[in-house]
Design a binder for this molecule. Structure first.
Ligand SMILES: Cc1cc2nc3c(=O)[nH]c(=O)nc-3n(C[C@H](O)[C@H](O)[C@H](O)COP(=O)(O)OP(=O)(O)OC[C@H]3O[C@@H](n4cnc5c(N)ncnc54)[C@H](O)[C@@H]3O)c2cc1C
Length: 409
């Protein structure tokens, strides 16, 4: 992306050019600071930003999560055509067990000015006639300003805008060591000569094979006034170079593409069933996801294919919508959630001149703008201004001031 060699000195170095690192580069540029963004794979083949469902909503349980998503939604509205933002709402179906919890948070969500309606099962069926099996629906919510976005276009938007503002992006770069010194941060970097295959990438980011790969590239130093770590589910590995542990786990999530050539859900945004299954139209197909709660943590990208479709996706779709009786499995993929202990992101100061934004627990696309704007103020101005993300600082795990959030898209 940048023909000059990476190295020397820069204002702010960002490691990780996913949707969060790219959003941060833009936010820094808006504040007159040019970022140097490095990534082991700028195309983001394994990154969560290339493997998610594109859901955007602000109906969360915690004020900080609602505020960051609201700020993002306002921005996405202003660039909707460029990033495929379709505000067709989130329709969420609840069973007897979960309905009271949903109702308990409506007031808070409305206090933020986020419109949200309560629906009965009969009203759901009237609005979405495809939902014709209403068993087990105790109630539903519909938030019309939520919706779906094209995450690839959003990342490209952040990158293009940040480059206009002076950011530079460098590919195939892995960080071997980080040293926070008195007046700067010193990064010891390795740049691969060629793009790595997926298996090599995965081994390297999980830090099993650094020595072997190091023989095929160049080593160099990068000095920065400040460093921001935005490596998604791999952030704990990088932060470990500073001798700091991060209690975040990578958890595999799978998504299926299906179709029956008859059903078209394009009139609706995201639909979330009482069973935990979610779905929406995706181009000519329907995207459907479900996350078995017993999925063990780890850097696994295995997609279980037909077995996942038959065991987890089809029965849940058909139980709610009889139009899905006959359904074709088109394909699918797996990606990683970076899940923190309270299922809220970790954003803030990591040490002198060191910053972090990761562990978005399934919320990184919808929070990318808000979180990046907040963090850019902290980096450039030394404190939060328009958006206060202080509740997301890692100190909360030591002080017990947790920000418990539900885990869903
Ligand atoms: C199946 C699925 C569905 C999801 N659905 C939604 C949704 O509907 N809405 C939503 O908001 N979120 C959703 N998410 C979550 C969302 O995708 C993530 O929170 C978000 O993409 C995280 O972005 P990121 O930039 O932090 O990390 P990533 O996109 O993972 O980027 C991290 C980058 O860091 C690089 N990197 C890692 N280690 C190193 C290193 N040591 N050196 C150099 N570079 C490194 C990687 O190459 C990568 O490019 C979903 C996730 C999944 C898996």
């Amino acid at each position: 992306m940048d023909n000059d060699a990476c190295g020397g000195r820069c204002e702010v170095a960002i490691v990780g050019a996913g949707i969060v690192g790219s959003a941060l580069a833009m936010a820094l540029g808006e504040r007159g600071v040019r970022a140097t963004v490095v990534d082991i794979d700028l195309s983001g083949r394994l990154s969560s930003s290339e493997r998610n469902a594109g859901g955007v909503r602000a109906t969360w349980w915690q004020p900080v999560n609602i505020a960051l998503c609201r700020a993002s939604i306002q921005y996405y509205e202003s660039i909707a055509a460029d990033v495929g933002f379709r505000q067709k709402g989130y329709l969420w179906l609840y069973d007897q067990q979960t309905w009271a919890g949903a109702l308990a948070h409506l007031e808070l969500q409305r206090q933020f000015g986020h419109p949200i309606e309560e629906l009965t099962a009969a009203e759901v069926a009237r609005r979405v006639p495809e939902i014709d099996r209403l068993e087990g629906i105790a109630g539903a919510t519909f938030a019309p300003r939520d919706g779906l976005i094209n995450p690839n276009l959003l990342k490209q938007h952040y990158r293009a805008r940040s480059q206009e503002l002076g950011a530079r992006y460098f590919d195939r770069i892995f960080i071997n060591a980080i040293e926070a010194q008195a007046g700067e941060v010193l990064l010891t970097c390795w740049q691969a000569d060629e793009n790595l295959p997926d298996e090599g990438l995965l081994r390297l980011m999980a830090q099993d094979a650094r020595e072997a790969e190091a023989e095929t590239g160049r080593l160099f130093e990068l000095r920065a006034d400040a460093l921001a770590i935005c490596c998604g589910a791999w952030s704990p590995n990088l932060i470990k170079l500073l001798g700091i542990d991060t209690p975040t786990e990578a958890v595999r999530r799978q998504i299926c593409l299906v179709d029956n050539r008859v059903t078209n859900l394009a009139a609706y945004g995201m639909i979330v069933d009482t069973s935990g299954l979610y779905c929406h139209n995706e181009g000519p197909h329907i995207l459907a996801g479900y996350s078995p709660p017993e999925t063990p943590p780890g850097y696994s990208f295995q997609y279980d294919g037909e077995q996942f479709f038959l065991n987890e996706i089809w029965p849940r779709l058909y139980a709610r919508m009889s139009c899905f009786e006959r359904l074709r499995h088109v394909g699918g993929w797996a990606g990683l959630y970076a899940v923190s202990p309270d299922r809220s992101a970790i954003v803030g100061r990591l040490g002198p001149r060191l910053f972090e934004a990761h562990s978005f627990s399934g919320r990184g696309v919808m929070q990318s703008y808000g979180a990046a704007q907040a963090l850019a103020d902290l980096i450039v101005k030394g404190g939060y201004e328009r958006l206060d993300a202080s509740a997301l600082a890692r100190e909360r795990f030591a002080t017990g001031r947790l920000i418990p959030e539900e885990l869903h898209i």
